[in-house]
Structures are given as C-alpha cells and as structure tokens.
Unconditional design. Structure first.
Length: 347
C-alpha cells in the first residue's frame, strides 16, 4: 500500500487510522503534536517506542522543506528562502518582521497557471500543486531557521491559492488547529487573482481570514491585457463576488493594485476604480510594480501614486502605498526560483 503523507492529515484522521490499527488514542495526539512541532523523521518522536516509530515509518512519510538558498536583506530583517521538496521542486517564501511580530509569505503551488504578464511566477509556467504539508513545512522551516515564532501568514507567494483550493483549505485547518501552530484565521490573508466561483465558496465557509484581491485594473479592457483570468471572470463579476464575500463574512477586502507606468496609473483609471469600489468594505493597497526582466513594465512614479490616492480618497475609499520590505533581495516572488533555474540550466 502507498505511504500516506502524515503531516497533511488532520488529528481526527490520524486518530481514525490508529484506532483501526489498535493503537491507543493518546498516541494520535502525541504524533500530531510532533508533526506540528516540525519534526523531520519519526525517529525524532522520542516518546514513541522503537516499534511504533518503525511502524509509522512503514505506513507514512513526512514532507519537509529544505533550504536551498537564503537571502537576508541589508535594509531590514527580511529573509527570502528558496525551499526544495523531496521531488526536487522549489518554491519561495519570505519572512518579514513587523512591529507586531513575524509574518511569512508562503507559496501554494510550484509555478502558476494564471499567466499574469507582470509576474515572474506566471511567466515561468506551472509545475504542480503543493500539498497541505508542504505549505506547513515552509512555515515550520522558516521558524526553525530564524529561531522565531511566526504569528501571521499570507498566502501571497508563488501560485494561485484558489486554484489549489482543497489543499489550501486543509492547510488552513491544520495551521490554525489548537494542537498545531494555532495561528488564528484572523492572522491569515489569502491573495487571489480572482477565481470567482471559489470566492463564493470561501465566503460561505465564513472563515475569518482576510481576502486580498489582485485587481490591478479598473476595467476589462486593461485587466484582460495583463491578467488572462479576466477573460473568464470580468471586473464586474469579480467585484460582485467581493461584495458578497464582505457581506457574508463582515470582513474588509483588501484590493491589490500594482501600478504600472502608462498602463493602469492614469487619473481616469483612478476615477473609474473609485466609482466601482465606492461603498465597498475595502482597503486598497497600491504597489509600485516590481520590474521583472522581459516584461518591459516600469513602476508608476511617486507623483502618480499620490494622485491616485487623492482621487480614491475623494470617493470615500482608503488607499495606501504598500511598504516594501527587503527591496534589495525582493525582486518580486518567483524571481529567485527563476534565477536558480537559469543557473542550473545555463539559460
Ligand atoms: N496568485 C495570487 C497570489 C500570489 S501573487 C494573486 O495573484 O493574488 C501575490 C501578489 O503579487 C499579487 O497581488 C500579484 O498580483 C502581485 N505581483 C505579482 N507580480 C508582481 C510584480 N511584478 N510587481 C508587483 N506585484 C506583483
Ligand atoms: Fe499567478 Fe498570482 Fe502571478 Fe498571476 S500574479 S501569475 S495569479 S502568482
């Protein structure tokens, strides 16, 4: 029988398995706790007998994230990790220090199918989904390496979380579980390019997580140029789903808007955005677009950013320019992996 990935299992599932095998219930709890403390092997579960450890190793395996590369910012304490999984695939995570604690930005897929033209990950294509355990392993590995306790998680690394929906939901359940890392939903943000059917589904689950929506344009004409997903669900359909989300969950939506010079940064764009978002429970994060080689995009000027904010505020909206951490090592998510691939393949 195929081995099961044990750190993707809930405590109840482990309990059920153990019962079937005639093992006592308290063992399931102990093993679950070990897994969520981030052990790499069953041998590290020192309160289990040698026989139990052997049995576990026969039936299950533990997914881990190994540090392939690590970059530390000279400006702040931001650390960017390139993690490798058992099959050799790699993803990026970023650990950031804020006044209120440590936040990690994790990846949910190796690559991405969505193909946004400004995004390094999108340009690199799609390889595979991450398992819940592989998402968890990024948090655990960063915590262990940096020797800190992470209090906030953002699903804003490589990949589209709502395109790996079941695994992401399971990850959320694991990471927020009391005997797991116990990071509450209010401390977790999920960023999506606008997979509308899943936004409705997520809303109905009434989780208290923060939804970030990568809008990046006020209308279909501009949005379809940079974000292919817009052909499937247009701006109006997306905003309708967002309004539903905040009505059902009473949570404020955070709209991401990467400002690209000459593409989406005009006063007319700001006015149209202001008109469409007016009255929604939201906050707008303006992000100076990170330059990605080959895209030809440049960040909007500081003047344009300020003008944009003024127009949005006139519409009763709140907008801020997102503080960029680790700008010297950043080069936007997806780039580190791309560079590593280029080094290996000599591209
Ligand atoms: N797939 C999800 C989450 C990962 S991308 C999404 O698209 O929302 C995380 C954020 O980075 C998104 O808001 C995305 O639009 C943004 N992003 C991607 N490439 C960027 C770039 N070159 N400059 C600025 N933001 C970028
Ligand atoms: Fe995928 Fe998000 Fe990048 Fe678009 S911005 S290609 S959805 S990771």
């Amino acid at each position: 029988m195929a081995q099961k990935e044990m750190n993707s299992m809930t405590e109840e599932e482990i309990l059920r398995d153990f019962k079937e095998q005639g093992m006592p219930a308290f063992r399931a709890r102990q093993v679950y706790q070990w897994l969520h403390r981030g052990v790499h092997s069953f041998e590290q579960m020192t309160d289990q007998s040698k026989q139990t450890r052997g049995l576990l190793a026969e039936k299950y395996y533990i997914s881990v994230a190994t540090i392939e590369k690590k970059l530390i910012s000279n400006y702040d304490n931001t650390i960017k990790y390139l993690f490798r999984f058992a099959d050799g695939e790699m993803v990026e995570s970023v650990l950031m220090q804020y006044r209120h604690g440590y936040t990690i930005c994790i990846s949910t897929q190796v690559g991405c199918k969505m193909g946004c033209t400004f995004c390094a990950t999108g340009q690199g294509g799609f390889s595979r989904n991450l398992t819940p355990a592989e998402m968890l392993a990024q948090v655990q590995a960063a915590q262990q390496d940096a020797g800190v306790r992470i209090s906030n998680i953002v699903l804003m690394g490589m990949g589209e979380p709502l395109d790996n929906y079941e695994n992401v939901l399971r990850f959320l359940e694991l990471v927020s579980s009391e005997r797991g890392l116990n990071i509450g939903m209010r401390h977790i943000s999920l960023s999506t390019c606008g997979v509308v059917d899943k936004i409705y589904d997520l809303a109905d689950r009434k989780l208290q997580l923060t939804l970030s929506v990568s809008l990046h344009a006020p209308n279909d004409q501009i949005r379809s140029q940079t974000m292919p997903v817009n052909h499937k669900w247009g701006v109006d359909e997306l905003l309708k789903a967002c309004r539903y989300y905040s009505e059902v969950t009473h949570r404020r939506i955070s709209f991401e808007y990467a400002m690209i010079s000459g593409v989406n940064d005009s006063d007319a764009c700001a006015r149209e955005l202001g008109r469409k978002l007016r009255g929604t429970l939201s906050h707008i994060n303006l992000i100076p677009v990170n330059q990605v080689t080959g895209t030809g995009y440049h960040s909007a000027s500081v003047e344009r950013q300020q003008a944009f904010i003024r127009i949005l505020e006139k519409n009763g909206l709140t907008a801020t320019v997102r503080r960029t951490l680790g700008s010297d090592i950043n080069a936007s998510c997806g780039q580190l992996r791309r560079r590593q691939q280029e080094e290996v393949t000599g591209l």
